[in-house]
Write a protein that binds this ligand. Structure first.
Ligand SMILES: [Mg+2]
Length: 257
């Protein structure tokens, strides 16, 4: 990872950004981070939030933030505004999603039986396609327990991705990079041009984004999660979390002017 100030960002006009601990700071959307988002939008950048948070949260982000779309549940679906109507796209069709819910129910029963100390994420009721367990939000779960959870989820044929706050059981083949591609296609009506889009994140569930995009940035706290990343970001900010996002926004705006 090289310092962000060495990056050539002149070709970038789209930003796909993680939310937890990338845009937000310990769960809060701070004034500087939100202002950075609004300034990028005002300067003409296309913006897509891409989060492990529920699709129900992605709806609220797309409805109220100055962005073009929000991808939720690590790529399972995406939401965008069409006038004042919210529209939603999914990685999989309705029949497949119903089958996936049965897989999640089996995982839920299995984990409750074998790892009863684990709790589902407090935002689980707003989820439509995945099942998330709290590993670092309300609860601090030790690493061996996280590894046991990951093995148990995989034994059901589901994929797993781990963020700074949650471990997600994923019963399909979506990821953040595919989710952003779907959102760009549906919300912006164009194929994703990898040379023009930048991805910024901080954690294990950003791995697909770091691997796929041409321009990749980690906020400084990505250093805490490098053991979960087979592909680290190309550049890293000096500041952590929301301040790191604001640092990136300033660099993008400078590159433009
Ligand atoms: Mg994150």
């Amino acid at each position: 990872m090289r310092p962000l100030e060495e990056a050539d960002l002149g070709a970038v006009d789209g930003v796909a950004f993680d939310v937890d601990d990338t845009l937000t700071t310990h769960g809060a959307l701070t004034v500087p981070a939100y202002a950075a988002l609004a300034e990028l939008k005002g300067a003409g950048f296309r913006l897509i939030a891409v989060t492990g948070r529920p699709l129900g949260w992605a709806d609220a982000m797309a409805a109220t933030w100055p962005i073009d779309a929000a991808v939720g549940e690590n790529g399972a679906g995406w939401t965008w505004r069409d006038g004042r109507t919210l529209r939603t796209g999914y990685a999989d069709d309705p029949v497949t999603r119903a089958e996936q819910r049965d897989v999640l129910e089996a995982i839920r029963r299995d984990v409750h039986h074998h790892l009863p100390e684990l709790r589902e994420a407090s935002d689980q009721p707003a989820r439509r396609c995945d099942l998330a367990f709290d590993i670092g939000e309300g609860d601090q779960v030790p690493e061996p327990t996280v590894r046991a959870l990951v093995e148990r989820i995989r034994s059901h044929g589901a994929a797993v991705t781990v963020s700074s706050v949650h471990a997600h059981a994923i019963p399909g083949s979506w990821d953040k990079a595919r989710g952003v591609r779907g959102a760009v296609r549906d919300a912006l009506g164009e194929p994703l041009d990898r040379d023009r889009w930048l991805f910024v994140g901080d954690s294990g569930n950003d791995e697909a984004g770091f691997a796929f995009f041409e321009h990749t940035v980690g906020v400084a706290n990505v250093r805490d999660h490098l053991e979960r990343l087979s592909t680290p970001p190309a550049w890293v900010t000096q500041a952590e979390r929301g301040e790191g996002f604001a640092e990136l926004a300033a660099a993008l705006l400078r590159a433009r002017s």
